[in-house]
Design a protein around this ligand. Sequence first.
Ligand SMILES: [Zn+2]
Length: 348
Amino acid sequence: MLETEYKVDEMKIAEYFPMANTISKMLQIYETIFTLKFVEISKNDKLYNTWHEEVKQFAVWKLDNQEDPEFVGYIYFDLHPRKGKYGHAANFGLSPGYTDIVTGARVYPATSLVCNFTRDKKDKPSLLKHDEVVTFFHELGHGIHDLLGKTKYSRFSGTSVSWDFVEMPSQFLEYFTWCEAQLESLSQHYQTGKPLPKELIQSLIKSKNVNGAMFNLRQLHFGLFDMSLHTSKDGNVDIDSLWNDLREEVALVSNGGVQTKGYGSFGHMMGGYASGYYGYMWSQVFAADIFYSKFKADPLNVKSGLEYRDKILSRGGSREEMDNLRDLLGRDPNSDAFLTELGITEAS
Ligand SMILES: [Zn+2]
């Protein structure tokens, strides 16, 4: 459907996203909006300290004052698959930032991005599909949240926020991988060196919310199932009926009279999210609100970037997230942008 109706050929688009080049351009976006500098530590440097020779290590600096850069922490990229390694793409915080209560010295955070991109071949570099570009940007968003945390206590540093807020910064940053100008600057054909042609960019952007309603209803089904299960008063739940009835009612997928056990592959339910799955959609509402009100007209606006950095990322979980949101938006957050993004309501 994407290929025939939306003219989105994902393999063709991938030719414009050679991995190394795309990642360095992503870092540039982060450098611009948050006034940062990523400096790769070479393998010969005594500061290079990783768990595998393929891992890249970057020192991250804040350049608010060009004359006097402020060290932020380290980020590690472990990009390729190998035996025994975690098989998906994720961010893992390695150690949080905090202030040493005895010496008053700052202890700097370290965080890692673990992915499984194919390696460059002789005649062809590793190419990222657009959804991999989005995923990497998302995980980088978690990584930066970890790094920019500037709290006194490690307990509240970076991504140590309320569980239903943790996917906000990452989902907010995904918006940048759907903007015309950013797609142009991120892309560079591995043979011709040219950016993605305008028509391809426009087709890609148009396809963003194809089947978006089904996707969101599915998220809602998962969230409601997870919540019902974990809030049942007597623990006496008919899991099969709960899953299947909610699926028909909310996700609008007919069970055809047969009960399935789809929850069997729904790992979040027991994998740490227990009753918190709704947080993905919940934080998407805030992500949309922030992007639409502060960045949509001018995604690389540094003033907005720094405000966001200092009012949301730096504070981590040290204050109520809702207070931080009000502080940034100048009002209570609402779901208008989220609904507009999905095409349910017109932009006001
Ligand atoms: Zn995430």
